[in-house]
Design a protein around this ligand. Structure first.
Ligand SMILES: NC(=O)c1ccc[n+]([C@@H]2O[C@H](COP(=O)([O-])OP(=O)(O)OC[C@H]3O[C@@H](n4cnc5c(N)ncnc54)[C@H](OP(=O)(O)O)[C@@H]3O)[C@@H](O)[C@H]2O)c1
Length: 338
C-alpha cells in the first residue's frame, strides 16, 4: 500500500468534495460486537492520511455514543474532515431490534442540537434524515432541515433510504447533496428507481454497507454461529440459517476475480461499488465500515482497482440469487415502500 491519497468526488451540485471512499464509523462503538477504542482511534487517523475525508455517524448509533466517541478526532482535524451525521432513528434501550422513527419539525430542531452538542462542533457538514417518518409529510421534515441550513447549523442535506418519489419531493424543498442507501454486490434494489432519480436530479449516492456488513469480505458466514449476542446482523434474514449457507456459496466469483487482481474479496466488492459511478453516470462516495488500521489501508487501496467488462459480467448475477431480505421489515428500506 502506498501513501498516495485516494481520488475525490463532489457530492451534489454544490455539496462538499470528499474522498471517493469515506469511513463508516458505526461499528466503532455500536452494532457489530466488541469494540476497541484505541484501534478505532488509530483507524480514524490512518484513514485521514489516506485521503478518506467523509466520516459517517448518526445520533442513533448507541444513543449518541458514536458521535461522542468521534468528537475528539473531528475537533483535532476540523478543517480536513467532512462530518456526516443523521437524525430520526433511535433504538429504544433494552431492545436492539426495535426502531423509533421521528421526522416532525420539532424533533428535527431538537435532534440537531443534540448532535452539535455531542460532536462539540459549530456546524454539521452533511445532515441526513436517517429514515422517512411516514406519519409526517416529507416536505415538513426537509423544510425543517432547510431551516437549519439557513441558521448555519448544517451545511448540506442528505436523505437515507428514500424512495425516488420521496427524493423528488425533498429536492423540490431544498437541494439534496446525497442519498445514503445500501448498495453492494448483494443489495441492488435501489438501481430500479432511486439511482435513476438521483442521476436525473444531480444527487450523489453514498452507498452504505458496501461489504454486505462484512459478509462479502468473508468476515463472517453465519450470524447465529459467528456473531456475538446483541450484534444487529443476527436479526437480518440473509445472514441466518439456510439463507446464510445459500449466500456463502455466491461468493465464489468474487474470490475468482480477487485472485486475478491479487486482491482481497473485500477490495473487489468495493471496486464494484465504485464502478457504479461510471455504469450509472452519477457521483458515488461509498462508506465501508472498519475499526482496524490494516483494513482501512486495504479498503482505500481498492480505489485503484478497475474491473474489466468480463469481470463485471461474472459478478452481475450475484445479487439476484441472494436469499433473504436485508432487513427483517423491508419498509425500513426504500424498496419496501416503493
Ligand atoms: N443509513 C443507514 O441506514 C446505514 C445502515 C448501516 C450502516 N450505515 C453506515 O455505513 C457504514 C458502513 O456499513 P456497515 O459497517 O454496515 O457495513 P460494511 O461496510 O459493508 O461492512 C463492515 C464490516 O466489514 C468488516 N470489514 C471491513 N473491511 C474489511 C476487510 N477489508 N476485510 C474483511 N472485513 C472487513 C468490518 O469489520 P472490522 O471493523 O473488524 O474491520 C465490519 O464488520 C456504517 O459504519 C454506518 O456509518 C448506514
Amino acid at each position: 500500500m502506498t501513501d498516495s491519497r485516494i481520488p475525490t468526488v463532489r457530492l451534489g451540485a454544490d455539496g462538499p468534495e470528499v474522498g471517493v471512499q469515506g469511513l463508516g464509523c458505526m461499528g466503532m462503538s455500536w452494532a457489530y460486537g466488541p469494540t476497541d477504542a484505541e484501534e478505532s482511534r488509530a483507524t480514524l487517523e490512518r484513514a485521514l492520511e489516506l485521503g478518506v475525508t467523509l466520516y459517517d455517524t448518526a445520533e442513533g448509533y448507541g444513543d449518541g455514543d458514536n458521535e461522542r466517541f468521534l468528537s475528539p478526532f473531528f475537533r483535532a482535524h476540523r478543517d480536513e474532515v467532512v462530518i456526516a451525521t443523521k437524525f430520526g432513528v433511535r433504538v429504544p434501550a433494552g431492545d436492539r431490534t426495535k426502531r423509533v422513527i421521528r421526522g416532525d419539525a420539532p424533533y428535527v430542531r431538537q435532534a440537531v442540537e443534540g448532535s452539535l452538542r455531542r460532536l462539540d462542533v459549530d456546524v454539521i457538514d452533511l445532515y441526513y434524515m436517517h429514515r422517512r417518518d411516514v406519519n409526517v409529510p416529507i416536505e415538513e421534515t426537509v423544510g425543517a432541515m432547510a431551516e437549519l441550513v439557513r441558521e448555519g447549523k448544517v451545511k448540506h442535506l442528505g436523505l437515507s433510504e428514500v424512495t425516488a418519489d420521496e427524493l423528488r419531493a425533498a429536492q423540490a424543498v431544498h437541494p439534496i447533496a446525497a442519498v445514503q442507501s445500501e448498495w453492494s454486490l448483494f443489495s441492488r434494489d435501489i438501481e430500479a428507481n432511486v439511482v435513476p432519480a438521483a442521476r436525473e436530479l444531480g444527487v450523489a449516492l453514498v452507498p452504505y454497507s458496501p461489504l454486505g456488513r462484512g459478509f462479502l469480505a468473508g468476515s463472517f458466514s453465519n450470524a447465529d454461529k459467528d456473531l456475538t449476542d446483541g450484534d444487529v446482523r443476527r436479526s437480518m434474514p440473509r445472514f441466518q440459517g439456510d439463507n446464510a449457507a445459500t449466500n456463502a456459496a455466491l461468493l465464489d466469483p468474487i474470490r475468482t476475480v480477487a485472485e486475478a487482481h491479487h486482491a482481497s474479496p473485500a477490495q473487489i466488492a468495493l471496486a464494484w461499488v465504485q464502478q457504479r459511478a461510471d455504469v450509472h453516470g452519477l457521483a458515488v462516495a461509498q462508506i465501508p465500515g472498519t475499526t482496524k488500521r490494516r483494513r482501512v489501508e486495504e479498503n482505500a487501496a481498492a480505489t485503484a482497482i478497475v474491473l474489466t467488462d468480463e469481470e463485471l459480467a461474472a459478478l452481475e448475477p450475484i445479487a439476484s440469487k441472494v436469499a433473504g431480505t436485508r432487513y427483517p421489515d423491508m419498509t425500513f428500506a426504500s424498496a419496501g415502500r416503493e
